[in-house]
Design a protein around this ligand. Sequence first.
Ligand SMILES: CC(C)(COP(=O)(O)OP(=O)(O)OC[C@H]1O[C@@H](n2cnc3c(N)ncnc32)[C@H](O)[C@@H]1OP(=O)(O)O)[C@@H](O)C(=O)NCCC(=O)NCCS
Length: 148
Amino acid sequence: MSSVILKPITDENREECIQLKPKVSQEKYVASNADSLKKAEKEPSSRPYGIYAEDVMVGFALFDEEPYPDDGYFWICRFMIDERYQCRGYGSAALDEILQHMKNFTACTKIRISHVPENTVVNQLYKRFGFVETGEVIHGEIVLDLMV
Ligand SMILES: CC(C)(COP(=O)(O)OP(=O)(O)OC[C@H]1O[C@@H](n2cnc3c(N)ncnc32)[C@H](O)[C@@H]1OP(=O)(O)O)[C@@H](O)C(=O)NCCC(=O)NCCS
């Protein structure tokens, strides 16, 4: 598996993060990173991270580091790899890093994630990491759980 590390988004790398984009055909699958960073400011439980391969930011993730206040779960809210860096194993490596990171929080007994129904690539990716569909649909998105 490719190797990546997570680095917090700060004033130094915020603009670089905003420049990262999925393919045009994938824009319906994930909000822009600018939008996600605004969301992060309003959501006290979640933290934004750049996904780095060597010194290059190749993607972005926003996930809970404490239980989401509305439902008490740990959510992976946003996850993307820039179009220039997809299909090199970075998405799989990043998901592995994110899950290892979240599992360190003792309150984290279940990780939740959701996706647009037609995003079959990510559905397969999540299931390979042990996520299971719950049957719930929230805001039109399929919800998957991973028991920790
Ligand atoms: C989903 C996403 C993060 C995967 O990132 P990635 O770096 O391409 O992932 P990887 O290279 O690790 O590939 C993961 C698997 O997906 C497959 N895959 C990736 N892109 C694919 C594509 N366009 N079509 C078919 N399969 C694809 C890979 O072949 C691989 O499968 P394998 O492990 O069986 O070989 C990336 O496509 C993305 O950012 N998509 C847009 C945003 C998005 O959908 N985010 C999720 C919101 S819930």
